[in-house]
Design a binder for this molecule. Structure first.
Ligand code: ZN
Length: 395
């Protein structure tokens, strides 16, 4: 881990501590505790590739991978054997390794940590399809469907069968725990210890908005870490959310393991936004060139799109139940006091008007028309003079 990366982590630890002191939700505090407990229990990285002997749909099944064991100059399609289901079968995760003819850096691309985020999957698939291992120096490993049960249901969270179905947000459990209390945590632990961490020099965890809440195109990144900043600035994307977000998210687990990482957000959930996807593909190909895995000229970058960098995302929360009419669009600039939404009851009477408290850009908007009190109607990305980490977009 470089000093710069370590410095960034130290600062983030401070921010996490300050979140806890300003009254974080109980779940956040609990996650932080679980992550700390896991630190002590984390086994040393698993070395070597373990084939189970099974073949599914023509793909060999692995329970651990060292990409050094794979033949160079070609793509390898594998299934990683994840946690068991209640019936005793396993959740298998699709793994594509494009191993270059020559040695070099190892990039890991992840999608499907949330099950309703389809543009993230398509972005990773498109990058992999553009790669020719014969021309590469290094390796790109893609893992496209991390949270299988959530994806089967086209929903954000993993249905855990502890006491009836609990829905668990898998992007709050990393780095997981192979002996954890939930299948979700165990699945994350298996993936992180035996597949992701041992094969990554850099890692990108792709996301989108969630069902009912659309977002613009942006990258969540710790811009105080130079290795991460250098990568994020290679995306021709209009917004950067410079924030350490939460413990338990996958890109922070990579950073904690000394692996530079960040989190692209690619528009709306459930759909493919092909235009937006092409921008994230272009940026990711730039990152692979930056690391020498691919040759060739850079594509467009953040310099070409006039990127807006904010370090906070203030949520505008519904104060009433009712029907919401948004008055702004994603990427719109807003000023303090500007009205962004109005809400009506079933009689059509206006029950609330919502304004922005800050000057910034709209980065997220509720897409479901109805809302209960307490639900975020919008996120405004803005620059806070003294960020305290308390206002964060729930990626
Ligand atoms: Zn997500």
């Amino acid at each position: 881990m470089s000093n710069n990366l370590k410095d960034g982590l130290d600062r983030r630890d401070f921010i996490i501590a300050s979140i806890a002191t300003v009254g974080a939700p109980a779940a956040l505090a609990a996650n932080a505790g679980a992550a700390n407990a896991q630190d002590a229990a984390t086994p040393s990285p698993v070395s070597g590739t373990a084939y189970t002997g099974d073949v599914i749909h023509g793909k060999k099944v692995i329970s651990a991978l060292d990409i050094n064991d794979l033949e160079p100059g070609r793509k390898h399609l594998l299934y990683f054997k994840g946690v068991q289901m209640p019936t005793g079968q396993h959740w298998y995760v699709s793994v594509i390794v494009a191993k270059g003819a020559r040695p070099g850096k190892r990039a890991v691309l992840v999608s499907g940590v949330h099950g309703d985020e389809m543009s993230s999957v398509h972005t990773v698939q498109t990058v992999i399809n553009q790669l020719d291992p014969a021309e590469m120096s290094g390796t790109v490993m893609a893992v496209t469907d991390v949270s299988g049960p959530a994806m089967e249901a086209m929903q954000r969270r993993w249905p855990n069968s502890g006491r009836g179905i609990d829905l668990i947000d898998m992007n709050r459990v990393w780095p997981g725990n192979e002996n954890g209390a939930t299948a979700t945590s165990r699945h994350a632990g298996l993936l992180f210890n035996r597949l992701l961490r041992p094969n990554a020099d850099v890692a990108i965890d792709f996301h989108t908005g969630t069902t009912g809440f659309d977002v613009s195109a942006f990258n969540i990144a710790s811009m105080d870490v130079p290795e991460i900043k250098a990568m994020v600035e290679l995306y021709p994307i209009g917004q950067i959310f410079d924030n350490h977000t939460y413990p338990g998210v996958l890109h922070n687990a990579f950073i904690d393991a000394g692996i530079p990482s960040f989190c692209p957000e690619i528009g709306a959930a459930r759909v493919l936004d092909l235009e937006m996807i092409s921008l994230f593909v272009e940026g990711t190909m730039n990152v692979l060139k930056h690391h020498g895995i691919l040759a060739g000229p850079m594509g467009r970058t953040s310099k070409d799109v006039g990127v807006f960098v904010g370090n906070s995302a203030v949520p505008i929360l519904a104060t009433e139940g009712g029907f919401v009419e948004q008055l702004v669009k994603l990427n719109d600039k807003v000023e303090p006091g500007q009205k962004v939404a109005i809400q009506r009851n079933s009689f059509g009477e206006v029950v609330a008007e919502y304004t922005s408290s800050v000057a910034g850009q709209v980065a997220g908007l509720r897409s479901d028309v109805t809302s209960e009190p307490g639900i975020p109607l919008a996120f405004i990305l803005y620059h806070k003079a003294a960020p305290d980490g308390a206002e964060s977009y729930p990626e």
